[in-house]
Design a protein around this ligand. Structure first.
Ligand SMILES: O=C(O)CCC(=O)C(=O)O
Length: 329
């Protein structure tokens, strides 16, 4: 009997120990992720007060930072005015995606690429010697009134049931609205020897309804994923690339809403995408790619993008890997 109760007591203590061990472990994981969340949202909003090493560690861990205030109201206004001038000159069909590497042509665009606050974050993540690899405006316009009117005329002339046609045409229209499929930037960029960091600098508020950027935190740790041709129409990516649905952990997706003048940054291996603009507001961003000077261009038919518009934006370039194209404008 005594033996039995000693055994039971021992078992009870063991169970108690296991219970405390697991709840401690589990609890600390929960607390840690809660803290991490708090830390990331607080710190990613104010990286300017943080030591560079902390910014770098957070960026390295998450693969992105968001809602970083860059432009003053005056700087934002002058960038928006300059962009409006290009819209007048080229038309919206062109400015949606075809303003490529205009930092070579326009001082104001170069000024954005070299903005001191932007470079403070970029250099914290990549180190002091940084090259601008490429830049592009990506603009999703709202579905225009003109387009909506045309649809109304088309269905009125068809003589079909108004309701059916209206619904069908609205769905078709939504299905083919410009969007950006899940992808990794590195997939098509022909260079090696270091990371690429993408900046998304908002000229407009970029929110859920007008198609803000979405990211899968930590996905940059999984390496390069296979991409295929997207079957959905409207993909803004130049070669229509897309990561197969089953490889994207969409349940982990995080929206990166930005106010005009703020930026997000993401690693070239981070899986990201954006939905169509279903609002009545434009969503325009300047997307800039930066690399440390130690990277070098490679010949790889799988990653055919070349770099005709590189620019040393900070520090020194002791390698000159991009020197044939490099400029010091
Ligand atoms: O502008 C977007 O919606 C997508 C941008 C993007 O894919 C990128 O910044 O790499």
């Amino acid at each position: 009997m005594k033996y039995d109760s000693e055994l039971l007591c021992c078992l009870y203590l063991k169970l108690l120990f296991i219970f405390f061990f697991y709840s401690f472990e589990h609890g600390s994981v929960l607390t840690q992720s809660r803290e991490l969340y708090k830390l990331s949202s607080r710190k990613s909003r104010a990286p300017f007060d943080m030591p560079a090493a902390e910014v770098q560690a957070l960026y390295e861990q998450q693969g992105y930072l968001s809602a970083l205030p860059i432009l003053s109201p005056e700087e934002l206004q002058s960038a928006r005015d300059a962009f409006a001038e290009l819209e007048r000159k080229h038309g919206e069909d062109y400015t949606a995606y075809s303003l490529h590497n205009i930092h070579m042509e326009y001082e104001w665009a170069r000024g954005l690429a070299k903005h001191p606050r932007l470079l403070q974050v970029v250099t914290a993540a990549l180190g002091p010697d940084v090259i601008l690899l490429d830049s592009r405006f990506i603009c999703k316009y709202p579905v225009s009134n003109k387009q909506q009117n045309n649809d109304v005329i088309a269905y009125n002339q068809s003589g079909n049931s108004c309701e059916e046609k209206k619904e069908g045409s609205a769905n078709e229209e939504k299905d083919s609205l410009p969007f950006v499929a899940w992808h990794q930037d590195m997939k098509y960029w022909g260079f090696d020897g270091g990371p690429v960091l993408s900046v998304w600098l908002a000229l407009d508020d970029s929110l859920e309804d007008n198609g803000a950027l979405q990211v899968i935190p930590g996905s940059h740790h999984s390496g390069l994923l296979p991409h295929h041709q997207s079957k959905r129409s409207g993909n803004m990516l130049s070669v229509n690339q897309e990561i197969p649905e089953e490889l994207v952990e969409t349940e982990k997706a995080v929206l990166c809403p930005l106010l005009a003048g703020q930026m997000s940054i993401h690693d070239g291996l981070l899986v990201h995408a954006s939905d169509p603009n279903t609002s009545s507001r434009r969503r325009c961003g300047y997307v800039l790619r930066y690399v440390p000077t130690c990277t070098y261009p490679i010949q790889d038919p799988e990653r055919p993008r070349t770099f005709p518009a590189t620019l040393l934006v900070n520090g020194v370039d002791k390698y000159n890997h991009f020197s044939k194209q490099n400029s010091t404008l």
